[in-house]
Design a protein. Structure first.
Length: 150
């Protein structure tokens, strides 16, 4: 049951941007209470995944198709600005910008209140399950079309 009691939130949309609140837990930090750098990648991945889920195309949906599809990250550039800390309430902001051929380009930011902690530029490719690039299923274009840059 989507959105039922006990279901985690997939965030929300404002215009073409997706917002996903995340909390920094002890397991996310190093011994100083600062978010370990690799966990920013996790937060950004959650933002991209929940964007798709809320737009109507989850990863499980893509795998369950007669012609299954998946994504691989082909480029990830993160600029770290400020550290996240244990117990922080953060907000992952995600926009899917370009959808061309097998390629998706995504822009993301991570904030604590008004403070920018990190940004990410992500390129992903749609693939067959054997790893070969493929055009994404038409349903993906239909669901993402309204969110992309003109």
């Amino acid at each position: 049951m989507i959105g039922g009691a006990g279901e985690p939130s997939a965030g929300w949309f404002e215009g073409r941007e997706h917002f996903l609140p995340v909390r920094v837990y002890y397991e996310d930090t190093d011994f100083t209470g600062v978010v370990y750098h690799a966990n920013y990648v996790r937060y950004f991945e959650r933002g991209r995944s929940d964007f798709l889920r809320l737009a109507g195309v989850g990863h499980a949906d893509l795998l369950d198709r007669e012609d299954p599809a998946a994504f691989v990250v082909t480029r990830l550039v993160i600029d770290f600005r400020r550290p996240g800390r244990i117990d922080d309430a953060l907000l992952v902001r995600t926009t899917y910008d370009v959808f061309k051929g097998a390629r998706l380009e995504v822009s993301q930011s991570l904030l604590r209140g008004d403070q920018l902690l990190a940004t990410a530029d992500v390129h992903a490719a749609c693939i067959h399950l054997d790893g070969r690039p493929r055009r994404p299923p038409a349903v993906l274009g239909e669901k993402l079309g309204r969110f992309l840059l003109a």
